[in-house]
Design a protein around this ligand. Structure first.
Ligand SMILES: Nc1ncnc2c1ncn2[C@@H]1O[C@H](COP(=O)(O)OP(=O)(O)OP(=O)(O)O)[C@@H](O)[C@H]1O
Ligand SMILES: [Mg+2]
Length: 445
């Protein structure tokens, strides 16, 4: 009962009792009157006692409630602090992200399925807010990304602060802001494109390139071997490797990643969607994926780090200048290694580099891009090789048949080889002249 109600009941009851006593005074004989008067006074006392008790009980309850409220506020603050310290992702409201990014003003990157904006949270933390734009696969990529990265913590993996999944698209992921952006801006020559937004870029020194190779290998080794379930990244490329203020490399973009059982040597993938030049043959040919699929992409990235150029590029045809053709850098590397001219593939812009480290990186990369998955080393072994605790043998010659096939594709807009082309190469490969390729790709599993 509310205070006001109690007071009204008390006032009306007391007034009624007094009126009854007054009426009794005139109507009744004195003996009966005194009896009624005594009972009336007793009732009035009872009413006052009830009112007093109920009001003081309510006051006590109100005090307790306010104490509880302030305690739960403190607890909530403590809990969100602990979540942050423990790295558990927080659920953000859309309005919080809108405020943090100042209405999604500062675009810092764009990929095939998302736009990334810089933002600052209320506590001053700089964040990168990734808006997943692709509607049809947005939900799937959002889930893979949260599932893969929410529970893992490693110095070479980008940290997920939180997410926002309102019922309607787009969905958002909130990451630690990594100040030097992605590796592609630091190993490939700057594109002459005035329309593009300014991004931090430059030419990474040899020492830093070698350190980046180790960092990425450590991040991947952790995903493959040290997590409760094995996490396959499946989209390793320079655009998905970020560099912090001291050029420590962090693996990012888990939109294609897949969690697999550690006992499973191979997993099926319902869709083929990777990036040209980084996808392992077994994935392109739909023969199942494994941790070795990431090892292949890693090898491709290492070649790009050494050469300072993209693995697949369109160049002018020497015979017919009006035409352009695809050039595949790993084929060139293969040739140069055979001729003993490894140093010729090093990025021209590098004035200083350690020749032994160049040989080691190129050899490791060629091991990683072997077409036969079982010949590729594990990421843990790559870390050991890079750090010098395991010797690097000379890699076996690889025919790079799928690489040839991909480099023959002249359609600039085609990101993936067409399915019928894959089927035809697969049947050619399995039937006759290129049987060795079939053996190379498939027999090893
Ligand atoms: N945490 C971050 N800090 C700074 N820049 C970032 C961050 N995350 C992403 N970026 C920038 O945004 C770009 C696109 O981000 P991301 O790779 O996550 O998008 P995507 O659409 O999933 O890409 P993809 O084309 O590989 O599918 C990156 O290449 C990078 O330059
Ligand atoms: Mg990306």
């Amino acid at each position: 009962m509310e205070d006001r109600k109690v007071k009204i009941i008390v006032a009306t009851s007391v007034t009624t009792v007094i009126i009854i006593i007054l009426i009794a005074r005139f109507v009744l004989v004195s003996k009966v009157f005194f009896l009624i008067c005594g009972a009336g006074v007793a009732v009035i006392f009872a009413i006052f006692a009830f009112a007093f008790m109920s009001l003081s009980h309510k006051r006590r309850r109100r005090i307790l409630e306010s104490e509880l409220k302030s305690e739960s506020g403190e607890l909530r603050m403590e809990y969100s602090f602990l979540r942050k310290v423990a790295g558990v992702p927080t659920k953000f409201r859309y309005s919080e992200l809108e405020e943090a990014t100042d209405g999604f003003q500062s675009l810092i990157g764009r990929g095939s399925s998302a736009s990334v904006f810089k933002g600052i949270l209320n506590d001053g933390t700089s964040v990168a807010v990734k808006r997943i734009d692709a509607e049809e696969r947005g939900e799937r990529e959002f889930k893979s990304e949260v599932a893969a990265i929410a529970s893992v913590h490693h110095v070479n993996l980008v940290r997920l602060f939180g997410y926002c999944n309102s019922s309607s698209a787009p969905r958002y992921l909130v990451y630690d802001f990594i100040s030097n952006g992605s590796l592609d801006c630091w190993i490939f020559p700057k594109r002459d494109d005035s329309q593009r937004r300014p991004r931090r870029s430059g030419c990474l020194s040899w020492n830093l390139r070698y350190k980046v190779a180790i960092d990425v290998a450590k991040g991947l080794a952790y995903l493959h071997h040290d997590c409760r379930s094995r996490i396959l990244h499946l989209d390793i490329k320079p655009e998905n490797i970020l560099l912090d203020e001291s050029f420590r490399a962090l693996v990012s973009d888990f939109g294609l990643s897949k969690l697999t059982n550690k006992d499973e040597s191979q997993a099926a993938m319902s869709t083929i969607r990777g990036t040209r030049g980084y996808m392992a043959p077994e994935w392109v040919l739909e023969k199942g994926i494994s941790d070795k699929t990431d090892v292949y992409s890693y090898g491709m990235v290492i070649l790009e780090i050494v050469g300072g150029r993209k693995n697949v590029s369109l160049v002018e045809d020497e015979k017919d200048k009006s035409k352009r053709k695809w050039q595949y850098f790993p084929k060139i590397v293969n040739e140069k290694v055979k001729q003993g001219k490894i140093m010729e593939i090093v990025d021209d812009r590098l004035m200083e580099y350690d020749e032994n480290e160049v040989i080691k990186l190129v050899h490791i990369a060629l091991w990683c891009v072997q077409e036969k998955p079982r010949l590729r080393p594990s990421m843990a072994k790559v870390v050991d090789m890079l750090q010098g605790s395991v010797m690097v043998d000379e890699p076996p010659a690889s025919k790079m048949i799928l690489v040839d096939f991909l480099s023959d594709d002249h359609d600039d807009n085609v990101n993936m080889p067409k399915k019928d082309s894959i089927m035809s190469i697969q049947s050619n490969v399995e039937s006759n002249s290129t049987y060795s390729f079939a053996t190379t790709v498939f027999s090893g599993r």
